[in-house]
Ligand binder design. Sequence first.
Ligand SMILES: [Zn+2]
Length: 278
Amino acid sequence: MRRNFCQIVLAVVGLLLAFLACNSSSARSSRNSGGDSSPTTVVIDAGHGGHDRGGIPGQRVAEKEMTLDVARRLKNVLSHNGYRVVMTRDSDVFVSLATRVAIANSYRNAIFVCIHFNATGRRGASGIETYFYGHDSLALASAIHYYVAGGAPSDNRGVRRRGYYVLRKTKIPAVLVECGFLTNPTEAAYAQNASYRQKLAEEIAAGVRGRNSVTRSSTRVATAESIPLQPYIDQTRVSRKSSHHRSKRSHKRSARKKKRSSKRSGSEARAASKNRES
Ligand SMILES: [Zn+2]
């Protein structure tokens, strides 16, 4: 009887040890793959910097300052969320696109998030748009766009596919967010508000955190098939040229607009809609 009891105790202890070993190995493997099988390093790329002010000539609000501020705020939020964060620049310096890409590609298990603001000669143009290139970047683009466009009072200009240098050359999931038009008086005013920039950072971070769940659970995000590749434009010139390269196909995407600003008057909305570059 006592011997039986010992055998039972040994069996239970053995089972427990096996269970613990199994658990710790699955914990190890889930840590290696980022817990939710996702990357854990976020390379944040604040657009422009140094002599490259961003935007268009004569633009009042410097894009390079807005991108850096949002990038720093995003770094804080993601660091608090437990992500390892790398900045391609953390001051007002010029960093070449090739260097930005090289930084991104030096990390494994990482994602790349470029922060930009839009600009165009037409003041009425407004809204948030998010770019990706490789199909493995679509989930991240959709999730970030879902949160940023949903959280901002601006137009939703959709998720777009375009071969920007930093998106084409990166070997990790890469996304470029255009956080609104600094040439639009309303959006420029938003961007100059620190709490609005904090909000942008928090929405981008929410997209990073939710990059796997959004595509699985939402039908409102784009699919790769629904997003035609737009013509490649040299990123250094895109701000000036962008209005000439908008695809008419993106009119379809405007139908998916999740939210329009409730603060717009009807005439403003009509004017913006008429001026929409998409
Ligand atoms: Zn830019």
